[in-house]
Write a protein that binds this ligand. Structure first.
Ligand code: KG4
Ligand code: ZN
Length: 321
């Protein structure tokens, strides 16, 4: 089964072709970083305009790269929510028109859940060993920080979410306060590599002993006050201290979810999961707790349409059964 995935929820226009929910035949991502860079953040109106300009040619390129004709597409999966309204509209209108004109079934996909489906794909990552469900899923992206319980690949329910800022959003904001380049997350990780993570202790919000929700506005404010008071002479240490505070909370929440749900598998996803220190700390947790951990290749952590196609495939199978 050939599944076409379409993703336009934010500032990446992405089109992918995936075979049977697993094998990536093409995975094209047109980043708009250059467009939004000079504004220091995403401008929604500009994002939708760029999606409109390139989605058509990206789709044709994906067909060529996959050596597939429109007639050979068996299913179209499109990100329906959450995201920027105008941006989502472009991908959805394109997907619907294509489906309608060519009599191809269409399935709507939740972007957050799709981030977890990045673990089902190959290449560039090897095909994972059998993933044993149930599992805990953690999605850490620019707009969201969510914990999920996965009964199987297609039955996913929420366990916790951020009560204020998303982790990626805070990485971006702190990077801006530290005068680092856009996009902030990767720049902050690079700055932190030269710093001492224990030099400055920023607060961690655990929200009591049982909560599976997140709160990151406190650590963000704390960095802003630190910079107001002491200035920017010590960027690597500030970056490293901030990164450590963020990661410790993320790891602790996964540890809790594993204990509460008595689950042996963890799937990660979302742009922030490309952070090397986060990956390393999650691996340590997996070793200590004796669980199977799945982390997508960095290119599949950030927004892409292959993950949308994969989740679409499993949802479609579930609907058929
Ligand atoms: O999942 P994603 O591509 O888009 C959303 O759905 O939001 O995530 C983008 C977020 C941005 O906030 C970006 O700064 C962050 O992921 N990010 C990182 C790293 N790479 C990307 N954050 C921390 N460390 C990184 N290496
Ligand atoms: Zn995303």
């Amino acid at each position: 089964m050939n599944i076409l995935g379409i993703e336009t929820s934010c500032d990446e226009t992405a089109v992918a072709m995936v075979k049977d929910g697993k094998k990536i035949l093409s995975n094209l991502i047109a980043s708009q970083d250059m467009v939004h860079q000079r504004f220091g953040g995403i401008v929604p109106e500009l994002a939708s305009r760029v999606h409109t300009e390139i989605i058509d040619s990206l789709f044709l390129k994906a067909l060529r790269k996959s050596k597939i004709t429109i007639r050979e597409i068996n299913l179209i999966a499109v990100t329906a929510f959450p995201g920027l309204k105008g941006s989502l509209l472009i991908g959805n209108t394109f997907a619907r028109s294509l489906a309608f004109a060519n009599h191809i079934p269409l399935i709507e996909v939740d972007h957050l859940q799709a981030h977890l489906a990045a673990n089902f794909l190959h290449p560039p990552q090897p095909l994972p060993q059998e993933i044993k469900f149930p599992a805990i899923g953690l999605v850490v992206s620019g707009g969201h920080t969510n914990l999920f319980y996965l009964e199987n690949r297609a039955k996913i329910r929420p366990l916790g979410e951020t009560l204020d800022d998303a982790a990626g959003e805070v990485f971006d904001k702190v990077a801006r306060v530290l005068n680092l380049e856009y996009p902030g997350g990767p720049a902050l990780e690079r700055a932190a590599e030269k710093g001492n993570p224990s030099a400055i202790k920023f607060p961690r919000a655990y929200l009591g002993k049982k909560s599976l929700d997140f709160s990151f506005s406190g650590v963000k404010t704390s960095v802003i006050y630190y910079v107001k008071r002491y200035g920017l002479n010590n960027i690597p240490d500030i970056a490293a201290g901030f990164q450590k505070a963020m990661i410790e909370v993320l790891v602790e929440k996964v540890r809790r979810a594993l204990r509460f749900k008595k689950v042996k598998t963890v799937l990660l996803g979302g742009g922030v999961v490309s952070n090397k220190v986060l990956r390393q700390e999650m691996r340590k947790l997996a070793l200590a707790e004796g669980i199977n951990l799945f982390i997508p290749s960095p290119i599949l952590c950030t927004d892409n349409a292959a993950m949308v196609a994969s989740l679409g495939y499993y949802l479609y199978q579930k609907n058929l059964s």
